[in-house]
Design a protein around this ligand. Sequence first.
Ligand code: PLP
Ligand code: TYF
Length: 400
Amino acid sequence: RFEGITMAPPDPILGVTESFRADKDEKKLNLGVGAYRTEELQPYVLQVVKKAENLMLERGENKEYLPIEGLAAFNKATADLLLGADNPLVKQEKVATVQGLSGTGSLRLAAALIERYFPGAKVLISSPTWGNHKNIFNDAKVPWSEYRYYDPKTVGLDFDGMIADIKAAPGGSFILLHGCAHNPTGIDPTLEQWEKIADVIQEKNHIPFFDVAYQGFASGSLDADASSVRLFAARGMELFVAQSYSKNLGLYAERIGAINVVCSSSDTAVRVKSQLKRLARPMYSNPPVHGARIVANIVGDPVLFSEWKGEMELMAGRIKDVRKRLYDNLSGKDKSGKDWSFILRQIGMFSFTGLTKAQSENMTNKWHIYMTKDGRISLAGLSLAKCEYLADAIVDSYHN
Ligand code: PLP
Ligand code: TYF
């Protein structure tokens, strides 16, 4: 009976927010979850989102069920945004797009498709990666293993290790790649490196599986941030892409994203889509409409679209300013001669500080700074005003 159910461990990322809420100290700082805050450390709803919502009210849109595959206007907009509106793959209808429950739900749907149609196939994930990837594939009963990615010695990409591990994987494996702004390291391959990664994946007949959770947040340009995916797609490879609008449109709680399957023919795309729908139906029946309409309204309207880009630049710009300030403070305060410039080189919302588990615990226990135990801090949750305090805490924790 129910008494036999044991206590589950707290989630390593969301558990940090729970502990943060329980802390009564006024100096406390939540750098755990990757969610954008203003300089005042308040959550931010994009102006362009409010405009899109007003439009929806004016039009008196209804709350009828969506089809299983989601809102057609959203599915078109999201594939266009990812691959480019004039991409021949889109025009030739080779892309099966299904609206998902944000990035997580879209990854989960793709995992279910792998489990059903590629039994025994392995997914290779980067070491380290976003913690939920392992949960998703475990629950979908898809075997996974890791490829080398982060090199602590250079605080950079272990490119040779990555290539060697992808080469060594059984042919026909799925290779999970972060499209841009790798979480948690903030380190992305260069375009030249992406080409070489694509070479090995093609050689080994692997299937690329992109997770795109930060389009627009790495470089500030939506197109540039999709260039990894587009480079693979242009080679005619079949691939998966999970998308999320949690971060780039700040739609965290709306659960809006998509799974795109780029196929070798439009026939295949029709069949793949039918199977994705079949998997979705008994899980959640059909996705929510609100976020889908917001995205469709914004991406489909040239004025709102350009306003969105402006607001994204503002968000990405604030994070860059904070990066710079933190680097300056650390370089000024740390007398050990340690080179902190990796903070400037990392991109996206996070910085992977290199703090160990024990040092991260010192950050929390002594300084009331909440972060994940892998040493990741979310710069999106940091203000210019708090950089000095954070630098003091890091220097103290690093040398103790
Ligand atoms: N993938 C990565 C790498 C992420 O960092 C995140 C969110 O932090 C997600 C996917 C999914 O987020 P969501 O389910 O809110 O779209
Ligand atoms: O900060 C991160 O890496 C994410 C945040 O349903 C997150 O884990 C939180 C809740 C959720 C998906 C992602």
